[in-house]
Design a protein around this ligand. Structure first.
Ligand SMILES: Cc1cc2nc3c(=O)[nH]c(=O)nc-3n(C[C@H](O)[C@H](O)[C@H](O)COP(=O)(O)OP(=O)(O)OC[C@H]3O[C@@H](n4cnc5c(N)ncnc54)[C@H](O)[C@@H]3O)c2cc1C
Length: 448
């Protein structure tokens, strides 16, 4: 007899879509159903050798995604980085997004439109920043990025609305840069992964059951090495909790990933000598303001990154823009809520914008929101890979302001680590957890 849903005259049948309570056993449990978690789930199924050979569960505590970074991001993708690894991650993602329907399209469902707006990032550098910008461009070109360098005179010709005071040099991306709808990408990964048989569980991972052994390290020290046996999940819509026995756990909990790491004993309670194995990822609140300015830059408006760090881009058409600025360390806002500080715009952001684009003197703020960066306080770069002391816990977190655009490539990288035992497509050893233990920073100079 044919399975329910099978096509007439064919042996093919659709995958069973699961929801709710997780199964009792799984091969991989992914904690966090943001864009990173669902990308990993998709790639694990995509790479499995035979259908249904890997059981993957994604546990997400808030299916409304009210605080998830993914849906509160500004959706940008760029190639202009200083680290070749970041360039390759984004290059891979740009190609993936171009062919998104081939990768993530689902039979009988409408085609995916991520509303991609092709537009270069325009990085402006002052006298002090010009040499670094030029070095970055050299690295980008060596890695295959099409990017141009512009003098202030060229900038004034290309963008007559721009005030070039204090600008010595600029770089502009000619390909593979722009912005898209983050929610659509998240849903596309999720939808596809579900159609491939990934289990979705709506609940909060509250603890792990660990097997811990004291072993001798290569350096001759005795240390605790652990393995997660079970993941305990508090279901969202009931008082019940459930336990999933599993082989591998992935921490893709974004700004909350340190609390998940602590459940595996990586955090509080560690002696001072082992503090370096804590996950140094914290939520940092970032504001996004949307304003209207009928005389502002037109359709040719790039994603502009000012010498001061303030940024803006066009938001649709009709004179709407969005932008913001990362606060200094002293200005870091309280993270207990996602309230927006309007004075921050008034005092810190607007003066910088109005200096760079005089038409912005008369802008009117229309709306705003805040979201959390999953911010790595050690070096602002992601943590990708296995934990050295918990041998079945993988990390994909700490992306700060560029996790959305890197999600297609990062999902594949984690799936390779799990299924092939090593990176096969892009070598991301630089972002391993071990670098934190060794105190070796992976410094990206082009952070926004
Ligand atoms: C204002 C702003 C602008 C940004 N702009 C850009 C941009 O232009 N381009 C770009 O590439 N990136 C940008 N980013 C960064 C990007 O949004 C993030 O790096 C990326 O979305 C991280 O995805 P994630 O899946 O790791 O995290 P999230 O989307 O936060 O997902 C993590 C999920 O884990 C869940 N979770 C946490 N703990 C648990 C638990 N114990 N149990 C179950 N579930 C749990 C959470 O509910 C959450 O849904 C921006 C971020 C912000 C805040």
């Amino acid at each position: 007899m044919k399975a329910k849903g099978a096509l007439p005259g064919s042996d093919w049948s659709p995958f069973h879509i699961t929801e709710g309570v997780p199964p009792e056993r799984a091969d991989v449990v992914i904690v966090g159903g943001g864009v990173i978690g669902w990308s990993i789930a998709y790639w694990l199924k995509k790479k499995e050798k035979s259908r249904d050979s890997i059981r993957v569960v994604v546990v997400e505590k808030d299916l409304t995604y009210s605080k998830a970074s993914t849906v509160l991001s500004v959706g940008g993708i760029r190639q202009q980085y200083s680290m070749p690894e970041n360039i390759h991650l984004s290059l891979f993602s740009a190609n993936f997004l171009r062919l998104i329907n081939e990768h993530l399209g689902v039979v009988n469902q409408p085609p995916i439109d991520i509303q991609f707006n092709p537009s270069g990032y325009l990085f402006l550098a002052s006298d002090e920043g010009a040499a670094v910008l030029e070095e970055n461009v050299q690295i980008q070109r060596m890695e295959g990025v099409l990017v141009s360098l512009l003098s202030p005179a060229q900038l004034r010709k290309k963008y007559p609305w721009l005030n070039t005071d204090g600008v010595a040099l600029a770089s502009y991306g000619l390909q593979n840069e722009g912005w898209f709808d983050p929610w659509t990408l998240l849903n596309a990964f999720r939808n596809k992964a579900l159609s491939m048989g990934v289990y979705q569980s709506c609940g909060e991972v509250t603890s792990f059951d660990l097997d811990t052994k004291e072993l001798l390290t290569h350096e001759g020290e005795l240390m605790d090495f652990s393995r997660i046996k079970n993941v305990n999940v508090q279901m969202t819509d009931s008082t019940e909790s459930t336990t999933v026995e599993c082989a591998i756990v992935v921490n893709a909990a974004g700004a909350w990933s340190s609390s998940v790491a602590e459940m595996a004993g990586i955090g509080t309670g560690l002696p001072d000598s082992l503090l370096a194995i804590r996950l140094p990822v914290e939520p940092k609140k970032r504001y996004v303001y949307v304003w209207h300015c009928p005389d502002g830059p037109g359709l040719e408006c790039p994603m502009l990154i000012d010498t001061t760090g303030a940024y803006f881009r066009r938001e649709g058409v009709g004179g709407n823009y969005l932008g913001g600025l990362s606060p200094t360390e002293e200005e870091e806002p309280d993270i207990r809520d996602l309230e927006v500080d309007h004075e921050f715009f008034q005092d810190k952001v607007w003066p910088k914008l109005a200096h760079r684009v005089p038409h912005f003197e008369s802008l009117k703020v229309r709306s705003s929101w805040a979201g959390y960066y999953d911010y790595n306080t050690f070096d602002q770069s992601p943590v990708i890979g296995l934990h050295p002391l918990v041998d079945n816990l993988f990390f994909a977190t700490g992306f700060s302001g560029h996790g959305l655009q890197q999600s297609p490539a990062v999902g594949q990288a984690i799936a390779e680590l799990i299924l092939d035992g090593q990176f096969m497509t892009i070598n991301l050893d630089t972002f391993s957890f071990k670098r934190i233990m060794r105190g070796k920073k992976a410094v990206e100079r082009n952070i926004i």
